[in-house]
Write a protein that binds this ligand. Structure first.
Ligand code: HEC
Ligand code: HEC
Ligand code: HEC
Length: 436
């Protein structure tokens, strides 16, 4: 989806994000303009601190929802849309949500905006596609919605018109979305769980609502609807890899499972979401834009709440195991020693961030993911850390796609997935060929 904006370092968007980052409201690290007290959960935070800028709350909520990433095309004007979303059903483009009365949503009322955000229906009553995460935004409360709209209304107008969608029949029939919604979607506000703390509820509200983490991290059914019973247990979707090709990515299991965040402390999660690096891993893939466009700008209290919620999830153990033949194990070890071991160390433990070496592979969610797409992407294309690179973060890992053939990449992947206590199902050369 929208990843090319960060990956290829296109200036326009980099500039937009830089502006965003410099913004006094969004760049402050103190929890000052936390989202408004919109429900019981929100009341917990430092939410009622008076904000001098009347739009501060709305702007903060726009960051929590990462509107800018999905609505700003490479080199395009902020929020003017035109970002391509490649899906199994065709390619669609995000819309212009600037205050332009014709090209944007400047003429919309709060009611129309609210209906779009909560029900996926635009001002003309036309159905929107769920690449726009209204299935998550439906959880946004009334007060937050009004603050968000007040801010969106102030975005400078752009007359930019996004390209026409390229959706094949029948998916180009938007009316079909009424059937999809009837099958898979029920508009509903977030309801706090009174058995849980206010902090937990705040985290749940952000992760499931504005943060729309499940849009990538929850597996989808054949018609593209998130599977509620497998929420946040890992999802595969299409996004750009370094170089611009669109390939499957696996957004890892975020529950505290063996192949998920079991080994991550509260602090690991917070540091990663706030800075894009940490002792377990640095950000390098589609998470780059989630962090730079959104979580980095959230208050410490809110990111802490999100981590509390993630840590509390019931582990969904959906990992697969394999037994590896001794000769494959030896072949993998040899390849690893030659190409990877100097950075990731023979123990797979890697080194501390900031050094020239590599991240730990032991316990890695990416290495153990039940879909190896992301693991294969990294080996083939290397990693690209977030911009600006965190001072204490890891460097980029180079691409091995030209050095290793499909068999070797598969052998290496299987070695990583069965060493040092790691567990992950078999990777075939055919899977590697598909990801090239
Ligand atoms: C994951 C990507 C994504 C994120 C995040 C996102 N949007 Fe969108 N949005 C889209 C896409 C794609 C469309 C177009 C859907 C379609 O054409 O059916 C869209 C459409 C819309 C529309 C309908 C506009 C119209 O002209 O019909 C509104 C309003 C909107 N988004 C507002 C927002 C706001 C506000 C945020 C942040 C809170 C946001 N979006 C975040 C992808 C996103
Ligand atoms: C020159 C040092 C270097 C070499 C050689 C190297 N890597 Fe890396 N690798 C890194 C760095 C640095 C990172 C972390 C990037 C980041 O966090 O942004 C990384 C990250 C990874 C990750 C992601 C871990 C996670 O949990 O997200 C995997 C998997 C990986 N490397 C596998 C390999 C394999 C397989 C090889 C050999 C083919 C290899 N690396 C060779 C430096 C290296
Ligand atoms: C646009 C899709 C997308 C969205 C939205 C998204 N993620 Fe991710 N996430 C990924 C992908 C892909 C990976 C694995 C590769 C990488 O690090 O980019 C990942 C990895 C992670 C990791 C593990 C890092 C690692 O390498 O082990 C954490 C933690 C995480 N995401 C948290 C979140 C949270 C919290 C949210 C919601 C605020 C979120 N993500 C939203 C795509 C997404």
């Amino acid at each position: 989806m929208a990843i090319e904006r960060i990956f290829t370092g296109i200036l326009g968007t980099a500039a937009a994000l830089a502006l965003w980052a410099q913004d006094p409201v969004l760049s402050q690290s103190t929890p000052e303009p936390a989202a408004p007290a919109d429900n019981a959960a929100a009341e917990a935070g430092p939410a009622d601190a008076p904000a001098p800028d009347p739009l501060a709350k709305g702007k903060y909520l726009a960051a929590a929802g990462n509107c800018i990433s999905c609505h700003t095309a490479p080199g395009g004007e902020p929020f003017a849309g035109g970002v391509a979303f490649v899906t199994d059903f065709g390619t669609l483009y995000s819309t212009n949500i600037t205050s332009d009365a014709t090209a944007g949503i400047g003429g919309w009322t709060l009611e129309q905006f609210t209906r779009a955000m909560r029900e996926g229906i635009d001002n003309d009553g036309v159905h929107l596609y769920p690449a726009f995460p209204y299935t998550a935004f439906t959880k946004i409360g009334d007060e937050d919605m009004a603050e968000l709209f007040a801010y969106i209304k102030t975005i400078p107008p752009s007359s930019g018109v996004p390209p026409a969608n390229e959706m094949g029949f029948p998916f180009n029939q938007r009316s079909l979305m009424a059937v999809w919604n009837a099958l898979f979607f029920e508009p509903a506000r977030f309801t706090p769980d009174t058995a849980q703390s206010a902090e937990w509820n705040r985290g749940a509200y952000l992760v499931e609502g504005l943060g729309h983490c499940g849009a990538c991290h929850t597996p989808r059914n054949l018609l593209g609807a998130e599977k509620a019973d497998a929420a946040l247990s890992g999802g595969t979707y299409l996004d750009e890899v370094t170089g611009g090709a669109v390939r499957p990515w696996y957004a890892v299991n975020l529950t505290p499972s063996q192949n998920g965040l079991k080994g991550w402390t509260q602090d690991n999660i917070v540091t990663y979401l706030k800075t894009g690096h940490g002792t377990r891993v640095g950000s390098y893939g589609p998470m780059n834009e989630v962090i730079t466009g959104s979580t980095m700008h959230l208050s410490d209290a809110d990111v802490n709440a999100m981590a509390v919620y993630l840590k509390s999830l019931k582990p969904i153990e959906n990992g697969v195991t394999q037994t590896i033949a001794e000769k494959d194990q030896r072949a993998g070890e040899t390849l690893y020693t030659i190409h990877c071991g100097t950075c990731h160390l023979p123990t797979g433990l890697g080194s501390t961030p900031g050094s020239e070496l590599g991240a730990p592979l032991v316990g890695s969610a990416v290495v153990q993911g039940n879909d190896p797409s992301t693991l294969i992407n990294i080996i083939l294309n290397g990693t690209e850390v977030i911009t600006p690179a965190p001072a204490k973060g890891w460097k980029n890992m180079k691409a091995f796609g030209n050095l290793l053939d499909d068999d070797e990449v598969a052998t290496l992947a299987n070695y990583l997935r069965t060493s040092w206590g790691n567990q992950g199902g078999k990777v075939t050369p055919a899977q590697v060929a598909k990801q090239r």
